[in-house]
Design a protein. Structure first.
Length: 508
């Protein structure tokens, strides 16, 4: 084992939040070490907005498999997560969705003081360079380029106008604007003006690699956080078959994602006491919420045969409607994100193998009642964690899909959509909807909540993202969400990273 030089801050994980934090702390003059278990982003498919599907299952993907899911007909699902600089921002579909204002107000109510929508909106505005221009809800001049759906083939007025004909607002509704829900419009994407992926690595990390006070180590698999008493003092990591220890003079920030961050904490002696004892891990602090509260978004394809052919789209989707399936839930965030693709996405064509012209509705359950857990599989830090999301465990989640299928059928039967729709293929008229939902649904790869922020018995971090019961340790990624946001989670992770840096630097 080698003991290397000390740093002010050590960050575990170069994903959406970790890259933001590395940029901010090193810009402030601190000595920063960024550890990434994956490799450098050298695959050209990363830059191509339509090429990322080829990276799923590659050496740039953790490809973490769940335990058998009874709610999904006993299937084991793979949750794709980026194992590369930029993390999942380097292999995702680049959809930029902030979530609903009610998500953040709910966080605040649940004990995440200072995380209301009014608190986070200025952070979002400071991060983005929105091609649509500056407004009360959008910023310009920030580091992240944000554009309305840039693929003209994707824009579907049939969907957007059809949604208005069944009572929703739109078309061209801005779901990152004043109100997210009940308006049909275009998704926004983090894509650069020259049409390339704007990942956390390309936006925040690559431009600063020359800073002398920033060290980036790839292929560096964190084994555990080092402690002296209850103070985090460094990190041990495995690189090229060699164990290394590095010291942190100020703080360690765990930013490895909702599936890996709880694993790092548990291997470090922070987590449910009985579980750690069962693995023979020395206890640093008994925090029963570590690994609990796992939430993820669930998607379900609903396919219609088109009357006319259409060019393939380059992106996976581009039209969206956020809605509620439950009556009397106006005070709650929308539970369903309905994406629409007017033709077969070119990146998915080899996988879908649909032999006719088709359009695809993709309802996504974004406020699931079903929750799960992440646990250790063993004390070997190279072993993947045990991931059990308990997908569709609660009947209410299945009923939400039943209701949204009926909404989809209503949109498909509108005058605006009727010239496009020939016949419903999946699930098809007369299908067993519950059986279809349980057998055909899958993850949208948005795990969250496993080191949740709050002030209750299962909270892991306080509202400044400091781990309870220890000093010098924070968590900053999707794991800190008390409840998963209504929409794709990359934008909230950028925001979480920015706020973590603010807290560390004393700027909030």
């Amino acid at each position: 084992m080698s003991v290397n030089a000390s740093y002010d801050y050590i960050i575990i994980g170069a994903g959406a939040a970790g890259c933001v934090i590395a940029d901010r702390l090193s810009k402030a003059g601190a000595m920063v070490l960024l550890l990434e278990a994956g490799s450098q982003a050298i695959n050209p498919a990363i830059d191509n907005p339509g090429g990322f599907v080829s990276l799923w299952g590659s050496n740039l993907d953790w490809g973490l498999a769940t335990e058998s899911q009874p709610g999904m007909a006993g299937r084991n699902l793979v949750i794709n997560q980026g194992k590369v600089l930029g993390g999942s921002t380097s292999i995702n579909a680049m959809m930029y969705v902030r979530g609903n204002r009610m998500n953040y107000d709910m966080w605040n109510t649940l004990g995440a003081d200072g995380w209301s929508y009014a608190d986070v909106l200025p952070i979002y505005k400071s991060l983005e360079n929105y091609a649509g221009g500056e407004s009360e809800y959008h910023g310009v001049g920030g580091p992240i380029p944000v554009v309305d759906c840039p693929d003209p083939v994707m824009v579907s007025e049939a969907f957007m106008i059809g949604a208005t004909q069944v009572g929703y607002d739109g078309p061209y509704w801005d779901s990152n604007g004043e109100r997210q829900e009940n308006g049909a419009g275009l998704l926004q994407f983090h894509i650069s003006p020259d049409g390339k992926r704007a990942s956390a690595a390309t936006v925040f990390l690559n431009p600063i690699l020359g800073r002398p006070n920033l060290t980036v180590e790839t292929g560096a698999h964190a084994t555990h956080v080092l402690f002296k008493g209850n103070k985090a003092t460094g990190v041990e990591y495995l690189q090229g078959g060699k164990l290394n220890q590095v010291r942190a003079e100020r703080e360690v920030i765990v930013s490895a994602g909702a599936l890996q961050s709880p694993k790092v904490l548990m291997l470090s002696g922070i987590g449910p006491a009985a579980h750690l004892r069962a693995h023979g891990i020395n206890m640093v602090n008994d925090l029963p919420g570590v690994g609990q509260n796992l939430q993820d978004h669930v998607q379900l394809p609903v396919v219609f045969k088109r009357k006319t052919d259409s060019p393939m789209t380059n992106l996976l989707t581009g039209n969206v409607l956020f809605l509620r399936t439950r009556e009397g839930a106006e005070a709650a965030p929308p539970d369903m994100q309905l994406n629409f693709t007017p033709s077969i996405p070119a990146p998915l064509a080899p996988i879908l193998n649909i032999p006719f012209a088709a359009c695809i509705f993709l309802p996504i359950l974004v406020q699931p009642f079903s929750t799960g857990e992440v646990m250790l599989r063993s004390v070997n830090p190279l072993d993947p964690p045990s991931v059990n999301p308990n997908y569709l465990q609660q009947p209410a989640d299945v009923q939400a899909f039943v209701k949204v299928i009926k909404i989809i059928r209503a949109i498909a039967d509108t005058p605006a959509f009727r010239d496009l729709n020939e016949v419903e293929i999946l699930p098809g008229s007369g299908a067993d909807l519950e059986g279809f939902i349980r057998s055909q649904s899958s993850t949208l790869w948005h795990p969250a909540g496993t080191c949740k922020m709050g002030q209750d018995a299962l909270a892991v971090v306080d509202p400044q993202l400091r781990v309870y019961g220890v000093d010098g340790l924070r968590v900053a990624d999707a794991s800190i969400m008390p409840a998963v946001t209504s929409g794709n989670t990359v934008a909230p992770c950028f925001m979480i990273g920015a706020r973590a840096a603010n807290f560390i630097l004393g700027e909030e």
